[in-house]
Design a protein around this ligand. Structure first.
Ligand SMILES: *Cc1c(COP(=O)(O)O)cnc(C)c1O
Length: 428
């Protein structure tokens, strides 16, 4: 059996038919923006390997920091023990996050960071004596991960978890903020969607622990960009009812939208924030949930007294060392200029796709470029084309999109946009 035959026969791949996985590429090497296949052909990773590898693959500074840590201590438990990589990364995160978000809980993946945030919110409410507040409010079109509770706050119909809707706990879904990023804000609550939140809070506040959402950019729920003003007013309304606000910046954190965090497009600071994906620059898995002093203190003073969570690989030193080196890259290079240049080029080069009959919308925000089709796009079509175009794309739902590493050159990005535009043309 060849390696690829074994893979097809025995290995599950994400959101992929186990009996008919479609075209599969065996990758032997990843460096910078390039992925190399077994036969030597190369493809640009226009996905940053699911939005993580923002500084490119196998970055020398990150590899160096990991190698050094690997020689000293790849792992040690975090219960009762601590270490420099966790402390230094903590200092860095507290420094980068807005004032107030300074109590950090490390975990091993984005979904777990969401579980931790939801648990924090429920324990916070219990501490206040609000024992009935065990449910969550969120907006339609969201995506927060694949674990059970995270799934329950993903879009209930169009999301990837519609299948499980009968088995998930009840949550409260608000309409997606209707005013998009490029539209003008309207103060009328029937137009800006906040009327629905107001109504929900008036009737159900005593059941709701927190409002959870992705600020400004909804990623895997549909690549939708909405007006940041929605967040400001939503937060004020939640605050009046003692309902916490949780921002999921797992996809948007660390520069992707042109600001360090998507929430920086407005002045809203949540009670809890979740980080992941680009945290280690795509070198190893790590996530973090940061809470305010108020949330941490209430839980600490509560009857339960501890946050009931503790992953085996919590604060893994190797991952913390990688994250430190990755975050250092944000100060070494002018990532903001890189992202703005990518945004300009994407805007320019994706525009021709607007004319194709099968294209519904073309939109760009920071280093995110989206061609939304009228019809669902079969990802295996893009997978099969990749060796020929030299560009690795993985469309989902109706979206042909890219989230390239910030270090991509203008020529390399042109290859990406032309692969996207020609795929949209072929499918039109
Ligand atoms: C990817 C993602 C998650 C889940 O992270 P995993 O590391 O895949 O568990 C949660 N929220 C958002 C917004 C994401 O993009």
């Amino acid at each position: 059996m060849t390696a690829l035959d074994f893979d097809a026969r025995h290995l599950w791949h994400p959101y992929t038919n186990v009996l008919n996985p479609g075209p599969m590429h065996l990758i032997t090497d990843a460096e910078g923006v390039w992925l190399t296949r077994e036969d030597g052909t190369r493809m640009i990773d226009a996905m940053s390997s699911w939005w993580c590898a923002v500084h490119g693959h196998r970055h020398p500074a990150i590899i160096g920091a990991m190698t050094e840590q690997l020689q000293k201590m790849p792992h040690v438990m975090f219960g009762g023990l601590t270490h420099q990589p966790a402390i230094e990364l903590g200092r860095k995160l507290v420094d980068l996050l807005p004032d107030g978000l300074d109590r950090i809980f490390y975990s091993d993946s984005g979904s777990v960071a969401i579980e931790v945030a939801l648990k924090m919110a429920v324990q916070y409410q219990m501490a206040l004596g609000h024992t009935g507040r065990t449910q969550f409010a969120t907006i339609r079109g969201g995506y927060h991960g694949d674990t059970w509770k995270a799934m329950s706050v993903c879009d209930p119909v169009n999301g990837m978890h519609g299948l499980f809707s009968g088995a998930l706990s009840i949550q409260h879904f608000l309409p997606r903020p209707p005013i998009s990023l490029d539209q003008e804000w309207a103060d009328d609550p029937t137009k800006n969607g906040l009327g629905a939140l107001e109504k929900l809070l008036e009737t159900k506040a005593d059941q709701i622990a927190a409002l959870i959402l992705e600020p400004v950019v909804q990623g895997a729920g549909g690549m939708y960009f909405y007006h940041p003003k929605w967040l400001r007013q939503a937060q004020e309304m939640c605050k009046a009812h003692d309902i916490l606000v949780i921002f999921d910046e797992i996809a948007t954190g660390f520069g992707r939208t042109g600001e360090l965090f998507a929430m920086d497009h407005t002045r809203v600071v949540p009670d809890i924030i979740c980080l992941g994906k680009a945290l280690t620059g795509g070198h190893i898995t790590l996530a973090a949930t940061a809470a305010t002093e108020n949330v941490a203190r209430r839980i600490g003073e509560s009857e339960a007294s501890v946050l009931m969570h503790g992953p085996t690989y919590m604060a893994n030193p190797l991952a913390c060392a990688a994250a430190m080196a990755s975050l250092d890259q944000l100060s070494v290079r002018d990532w903001r200029a890189e992202v703005h240049a990518i945004a300009d080029q994407l805007t320019h080069e994706l525009a021709p796709a607007r004319q194709f009959p099968g294209v519904k919308d073309v939109r760009v925000f920071g280093a995110i470029g989206v061609i939304e089709m009228e019809q669902w796009v079969d990802p295996s079509v893009a997978h099969a084309l990749a060796p020929k175009t030299g560009v690795w794309l993985r469309p989902f739902a109706r979206n042909i999109y890219c989230m390239p590493p910030y270090i991509i050159s203008a020529d390399e990005l042109s290859s990406v946009t032309s692969a996207m535009v020609s795929l949209a043309r072929d499918l039109s």
